[in-house]
Design a protein around this ligand. Sequence first.
Ligand code: GDP
Length: 359
Amino acid sequence: MRALIIGVGQCGTKIADLFALVDFEALAINTSKSDLDYLKHIPRERRILIGESLTGGKGVNANPVLGREAMKRDLSMIMKKINSMVGYSDVDIFFLTFGFGGGTGAGGAPVLAEALKEEYPDSLVVAIGALPLKEEGIRPTINAAITIDKLSKVADSIIAIDNNKLKESGEDITRAYEKINHTIVERIASLLALIDIPGEQTLDSSDLKFVLNAFGSFATVGYAKAEANKVRNLSRLILKSFENEGLYLEANIESALYGLVAIHGPPELLKARDIFEALSYLTKKIKGKQIFRGFYPDPREKEIEVVTLLTGIYESKSIEDIVIIAKQYAQSFIKAKEEAETKKKELLTGLPDFDDIYP
Ligand code: GDP
């Protein structure tokens, strides 16, 4: 299984940098030179500055229209770089990481996703994006709504991470982002590490690709972990990984099409009966009625870890909130603009031509 991680913008490149730390092939793209310099693990030759002619390397100031333009202007240079990284062996999945509420990532990621789909039709393009915090105000929400719309037409799946859900109240924002980024990478990296491991009931890349090939709908990752000697009921732990508190997104899991579960732990505790009990309950619960599973007995392991992927989700409060707020804002903005135009007309109609006053 070969995954290539491409981070776009500040949030996206920070997340991609953490993937590089755990040995994934990663590329960083940004309009801000200083943000690229700040990365630690992606090698310098894999950090690409775009839109220099547009912004002079100073970023796009959270404007996705400029982010889109920067990506378009330098797209051929980027695709050449990606081509050279890909080389002669196929990439199964391109993961694009970014923040939905900013400019470079929000504007650039959909342009890059479209170009990748065209150039590599057999690979999947999966977006991994952080949704803005409510307290950030209206602009990031609008940027997110625009990007949700554009990506849903080009990406195969969108793994949306709701910062609101993962940030604890009162927590410092920089620390919260750091923690959220680690959580994202830990979960996704541990799932990817389990794909294509030889074994009797393991997951392979075709299972993962089947599940993620979900026509631009939303996906989420769940997780549950416990010390092996404290797990009395494995079935319960598996169900926990699908519960709302374990997921990245407020979502109705019953609206999901596909699921995938990887269970890793000491062999004597991975009891088939418990696993099948949980999985048959969950399979009945989701709309698409298909859950792929992988068991990874490991005698050295002292913990049981369950990673879950749910895809094809179309009912999510996190997403609906953003789209509804953006729509309401657009409607009230258009109304306010019309009212201002009318007022202006009313005020100025009948005003004579004063040219005569200044002969
Ligand atoms: P860009 O560089 O113009 O693409 O903008 P950013 O990447 O800074 O995107 C800003 C949005 O991403 C904001 O709405 C934040 O909520 C979110 N964000 C910024 N940095 C981080 C981060 O490190 N982690 C997470 N999870 N979200 C972030």
